[in-house]
Design a protein around this ligand. Structure first.
Ligand code: ZN
Length: 59
């Protein structure tokens, strides 16, 4: 599933469980945020506009 169509997105929504993930104060591209609900990690891809994607764990 591709969620790159988000526009004017200000909240970070967990791609896995749909919970809102709290943003950090001084968030930067490349930062990793973790969903409080399910532990899914989301990487910040862009700030203006806000884009993010689920971080895939490498095995
Ligand atoms: Zn989640």
């Amino acid at each position: 599933m591709n969620q790159n169509d988000n526009q004017n997105q200000t909240k970070i929504i967990c791609p896995d469980c749909g919970a809102e993930i709290k943003k950090m104060e001084n968030m930067e591209v490349g930062d990793i945020l973790e969903c409080q609900e399910c532990g899914t990690e989301v990487e910040i891809l862009s700030l203006e506009p806000l884009k993010y994607g689920e971080l895939m764990e490498e095995k």
